[in-house]
Design a protein around this ligand. Structure first.
Ligand SMILES: Cc1cc2nc3c(=O)[nH]c(=O)nc-3n(C[C@H](O)[C@H](O)[C@H](O)COP(=O)(O)OP(=O)(O)OC[C@H]3O[C@@H](n4cnc5c(N)ncnc54)[C@H](O)[C@@H]3O)c2cc1C
Length: 392
């Protein structure tokens, strides 16, 4: 019987796979889709997730292709209301966030996983049963069904998780639904070390460098928005971007419109099956917390699995996973919801209060640090070193 079957080869499933395979467990990943290429989803890895990448040997290849973001700037109608320095972070050697396309992150994780002896198959999960000893997962490949047995199952199969549905776990909304348009673009004249949130009463624009040659541009989609084109992005950048900056949109590499929601699964565990990443929680991209949260789930779960294997106390150690990560997600979600709300304010008094709040945070060393620690997810749990003990 396999130790762990992981459903999903996104950043979450692959990170869990890397931790487990490197610790010598037998682990297999199945995925319904081959990875998308040329179309980026998440584009930033914050310091806490970089520590995890380091622990599995993935940080060097990622740093070699990513853009180092050392500042997060906030602008209200073009005027700076805060420039937060990641270089002020303490207790971490990653005093930057890494701008890198999700498909590049997945490619690096996949090669680390395979090098550690991990196996990936193309198959869709269509059913599962579990008892005291094991999980039996039914899979479909090219119309043919097969079944695999494993001691544990990790459902890292994304926002429309089949595993979550098969386990009968509800997804509860905790914030509004919002539509976004994003583009990966070649833009001249913008800083390569700053991610910025540019808010105006007419709407916002998020800008983040990634992959050393591109910028992510994102804004909230309204029914009257023009078609996505270099011209329409240029007009918004001119209207909403920082005063004095002269970004020139040279090329749109890819664009996507999508609806995002804030929602959390009622539980992250059911018996021998555990949810991680988007299957357990989804959030709008403002603040770039979604993928990073999945990477932290994957690490926390995989380390508990390794620990349970070592000391045989599987139930005790694994039982703590759902509560540990639900608590963490509540905190992260609060930051993401606040970020989205701050970016969507329209009335003058609300905007004046927000701008004052940001200036206050910027100028107060403790609040400044707290803001960066929250975005970096360094406030979530103490940094753990590989093989460190985990209390149940
Ligand atoms: C357009 C877009 C833009 C985004 N932008 C950002 C951003 O800027 N910042 C950010 O942090 N996040 C962003 N996100 C969210 C981010 O992409 C997700 O948080 C991240 O992909 C979650 O990773 P995951 O591994 O949990 O799930 P996914 O990446 O969704 O991976 C799911 C995996 O499960 C597999 N799978 C699904 N169903 C089955 C099944 N039945 N059987 C077998 N395999 C299955 C899939 O093939 C895939 O391999 C964006 C998402 C979208 C759609």
């Amino acid at each position: 019987v396999l130790d762990v079957l992981i459903v999903g080869a996104g950043p979450t499933g692959l990170t869990a796979g890397c931790v487990l395979a490197r610790q010598g467990l037998s682990v297999r990943v199945v995925r319904k889709h081959r990875p998308f290429t040329g179309h980026s989803r998440a584009s930033v890895i914050w310091p806490r997730a970089l520590h995890i990448m380091e622990s599995i040997g993935a940080v060097e290849p990622l740093v070699s292709i990513g853009s180092r973001v050392t500042r997060v700037g906030y602008y209200s109608s073009g005027e700076s209301i805060g420039s937060f320095g990641l270089d002020r972070l303490q207790d971490t050697r990653f005093r930057f966030a890494l701008g890198v396309s999700q498909h590049e992150t997945e490619a690096v994780l996949e090669s680390v996983f395979r090098a550690a002896g991990g196996d990936i198959s193309d198959a869709e999960v269509v059913g599962l049963e579990q008892d005291e000893q094991q999980v039996t997962t039914r899979l479909r490949t090219d119309g043919r069904e097969s079944a695999w047995s494993s001691r544990l199952l990790v459902g890292a199969d994304g926002a429309n998780s089949t595993v979550r549905e098969l386990l009968g776990i509800a997804m509860n909304d905790v914030g509004p639904r919002v539509s976004f348009r994003i583009a990966d673009a070649v833009v001249g004249g913008l800083p390569e070390d700053e991610a910025s949130y540019c808010w105006t009463p007419g709407g916002g624009m998020a800008i983040g460098p990634h992959d050393r040659h591109a910028h992510r541009l994102a804004y909230r989609l309204t029914p009257d928005a023009p078609d996505a084109s270099p011209d329409s992005f240029q007009r918004l950048l001119d209207a909403r971007g920082p005063n004095g900056s002269h970004g020139v949109v040279r090329e749109l590499i890819s664009t996507a419109d999508f609806q995002a929601r804030f929602a959390v699964a009622a539980s992250f565990s059911a018996g021998r099956c555990h949810l991680a990443g988007d299957s357990a929680h989804v959030m709008a991209p403002a603040g770039g917390q979604g993928m990073n949260s999945g990477i932290l789930d994957a690490d926390a779960l995989a380390r508990r699995i390794v620990e349970s294997r070592r000391n045989g106390a599987a139930e005790n150690v694994l039982a703590g996973y759902s509560v540990e990560r639900q608590d963490a997600i509540r905190k992260i979600m609060a930051t993401a919801v606040e970020h989205a709300r701050d970016g969507g304010l329209r009335s003058e008094p609300d905007i004046a209060e927000r701008d004052q709040r940001y200036r206050g945070m910027w100028n107060d060393p403790a609040l400044h640090m707290d803001r960066m620690a929250r975005l970096s997810q360094l406030d979530i749990d103490p940094l753990r070193t590989e093989g460190a003990r985990i209390s149940a």
